[in-house]
Design a protein around this ligand. Structure first.
Ligand code: HEM
Length: 510
């Protein structure tokens, strides 16, 4: 589908509103988690930039009351699916900025589903400017799951940087990752060895589904690296921790999860009302107990060094570990394995060659940083499969928002909604945007493109800090994925993946 009519400015004339020096070229943990000295506030000069673009009324409409939101909801969740939903409206409005509704909505949600969609890199970037947008309670849109799911409190991801607790908790999150960084490589590689040691002998009897082993692996390394809590110390959590987390996530997010099957039942039964917390309170209590007992050191640091109450510390740790990390990685690893398994360009051979060349002295931060193709492959997977595709921000004041070709007037209180899956295919920035190009982020031009890789709610070249809402685990996420690939191609020459199963692994010849 050609979207170029809606994007009419060549790349070299796009002035990126956020200019931060690339932190990815010099990979040091201290630099990445420099929580104690946050970089200058990521505010942009978008509004003050002189522009010769024409001012245009924001196209699109919210339709008739109740019926407009309902029609859009059915298109989004059923008839079109999210990506086609946004693409069709870009074409219809001949604009990457327009008015529309997003679910959940009518009949049982007391929400305002009206949003202004921002679907090119330039308009989307306004959402990184904390002077322009308020991020209070808009993690998944105007609707917010009950705080019962998080111990009757608003956890970090729902806080705006102007709220004092945001700084406390985000510093705590970045600190806990920074402190565990010396253990990332031994922890993750040892868990991977255990996973492969279990899978390998089963392969002689046929394909082995990776869904459970990968989730167990994610749950274990996230618990260890974020909360210092080892699932192996609790038989129930070692066995069921990931399922308990899945259930807790699913029940709170059901109204917003697109499920493209069994319609109209899904719309009627799953997307029409919110499910109550008591359905998963038993799971949550067990997870709480696990962090309380096994994550004592980290919990105590939350209290003594970050002045959080014990309950605030544990509920926030659980959200970061469960929602942010486990939820995000569970989606991301499926994409990573899918891309690896469906590739027809011989990428495994190229990755293996690079890994073995660069890892002669073993796997460490430096050798992984030097794996340009591996890292680029990870970035390209995130470009085409952003695990958290929707982002929201509420206008803090009236302001002018620019797309590539027009300027629009946004009113205080209006909700902006960006859909990264389209934004990161902006043809004015990415050549051949629909195609997976493993080498895309290599070399000088590739490094520049990192400024437009937004999966973490900020550019990949940016730095998460207390003054922005960029993912606190941004560099841990990409590092872990690169480490996963490096470990894989040191252990095996290749892996055959069918759907969601491993069907064969080829070991290096002696
Ligand atoms: C693949 C895994 C992950 C993905 C896809 C992901 C994605 C994101 C995104 C998109 C946001 C911004 C949400 C918004 O405000 O619209 C976010 C925020 C956040 N993430 Fe991640 N994340 C991942 C893993 C992690 C990990 C491992 C941590 C561990 C520290 C983490 C900690 C956080 C925190 C604390 C926030 C809130 C930031 C703030 O309030 O300023 N995330 N994440």
């Amino acid at each position: 589908m050609d979207l170029s009519a809606a994007y009419s400015t060549p790349l070299h004339t796009i002035k990126h509103p956020i200019t931060t020096k690339s932190s990815t070229t010099k990979f040091t943990i201290n630099k990445i988690y420099s929580y104690s000295s946050p970089p200058p506030s990521v505010t942009t000069s978008t509004t003050s930039q002189p522009t010769s673009l024409p001012t245009r009324t924001i196209p699109g409409s919210y339709g008739l009351p109740l019926l407009g939101p309902l029609a859009d909801r059915l298109d989004y969740a059923w008839f079109q699916g999210s990506e086609t939903f946004f693409k069709k409206r870009v074409e219809k409005n001949k604009s990457t900025v327009f008015r529309t509704n997003v679910p959940p909505s009518f009949p049982f949600f007391l929400v305002n589903p009206n949003v202004i969609a921002v679907l090119d890199v330039k308009s989307f970037a306004h959402m990184f400017d904390m002077e322009l947008v308020d991020k209070r309670n808009v993690l998944v849109g105007d609707w917010m799951p009950s705080t019962k799911f998080t111990g009757d409190r608003r956890v970090c991801a729902y806080l705006d940087p102007s709220e004092p607790q945001h700084e406390q908790i985000k510093n705590f999150a970045m600190d806990t990752l920074k402190r565990s960084s010396t253990n990332w490589i031994p922890t993750i590689t040892s868990l991977l060895d255990t996973m492969w040691d279990n899978i390998e002998p089963q392969l002689s009897s046929g394909p082995v589904s990776y869904l459970i082993p990968i989730q167990k692996f994610i749950f274990a390394f996230s618990s260890l690296c974020i909360a210092g809590a080892d699932p192996a110390n609790s038989p129930d959590i070692a066995e069921n921790g990931y399922i308990r987390m899945d259930r807790w996530l699913a029940v709170q997010l059901l109204p917003t999860i697109p499920i493209n099957m069994l319609q109209p039942l899904v719309e009627i039964l799953l997307h029409s009302f919110a499910y109550p917390f008591f359905l998963v309170s038993g799971d949550y209590d067990k997870l709480y107990e696990f962090i309380e007992n096994e994550g004592k050191e980290v919990v105590s640091r939350g209290q003594t060094e970050f002045n959080l109450s014990k309950e605030d510390t544990i509920h926030n740790l659980l959200f970061i570990l469960g929602f942010n990390a486990f939820g995000g990685f569970s989606i991301f690893f499926l994409s990573l394995l899918n891309v690896l398994g469906t590739d027809k360009t011989g990428i495994q051979e190229k990755l293996r060659k690079e890994v073995r060349e660069k890892a002669v002295s073993g796997l460490n931060f430096r050798s992984i940083q030097e794996m340009d193709l591996v890292n680029s492959f990870v970035y390209e997977t995130l470009r085409l499969n952003p695990p958290v595709p929707l982002q929201y921000g509420r206008a803090r004041k009236d302001f002018e928002l620019s797309s590539h070709d027009s300027v629009f007037k946004v009113k205080k209180g209006e909700l902006l909604c960006g859909f990264q899956s389209l934004v990161m295919k902006d043809p004015k920035v990415f050549d051949d945007p629909e195609t997976f190009v493993a080498e895309r982020f290599m070399g000088e031009k590739g490094k520049e493109l990192l400024g437009y890789l937004y999966w973490s709610n900020g550019p990949q070249s940016g730095t998460p800090s207390v003054s922005n809402k960029q993912c606190a685990g941004k560099d841990f996420v990409t590092f872990t994925a690169s480490l996963f690939l490096a470990h894989l191609f040191l252990r095996y020459d290749s892996v055959t993946i069918d759907g969601t199963s491993f069907s064969a692994v080829e070991k290096p010849k002696p």
